[in-house]
Design a protein around this ligand. Structure first.
Ligand code: HEC
Length: 120
């Protein structure tokens, strides 16, 4: 009986990952998201993030944070409560070249992506 439950549990896990709403392409440092299914506004925000957030590191940091809920370098929580602070911290870094408006647009994209990541 236990085995049946375990098998069912495994099946559930598989279906969950097959329908996970974040489509990740590439691996390691080249990890990024496939924006094909994003609403148009989020597609252009994703382009902005690709331009603004890859001058110091790759998008792998963002994708990992979205996948795990943990920001990869400091191991601080990465969720709707903290995403804005993470984004603002990046914008304040020397030579970041990220305006307040850019940071706001990218924060809203992060909120959208956090919701998508939570969908099964
Ligand atoms: C000026 C260089 C620079 C730019 C531009 C930059 N980052 Fe970073 N990022 C860093 C550095 C350095 C770290 C590691 C130290 C830290 O966490 O502050 C980092 C770490 C991160 C982390 C992990 C944070 C943690 O607490 O573990 C995330 C997520 C992240 N960046 C996202 C972004 C996003 C989103 C953008 C665009 C809005 C961006 N970065 C733009 C330099 C940059």
């Amino acid at each position: 009986m236990k085995q049946i439950f375990f098998t069912l549990f495994l099946c559930l896990l598989c279906t969950a990952s097959a329908h996970a709403a974040l489509k990740v392409i590439g691996s390691g440092d080249n990890k990024q998201l496939d924006p094909a299914g994003f609403p148009p506004v989020m597609k252009s925000s994703y382009q902005l993030m690709q331009t603004k957030c890859t001058s110091c590191h790759t998008l792998d940091r963002v994708v990992s944070a979205l996948q795990t809920g943990i920001a990869p370098t400091t191991l601080l929580e990465f969720n709707k409560k903290t995403a804005r602070d993470h984004c603002m911290k990046m914008a304040r870094k020397p030579h970041a070249n990220i305006s307040q408006q850019d940071a706001k647009t990218i924060t809203e994209l992060l909120y959208y992506l956090i919701d998508e990541a939570a969908k099964k």
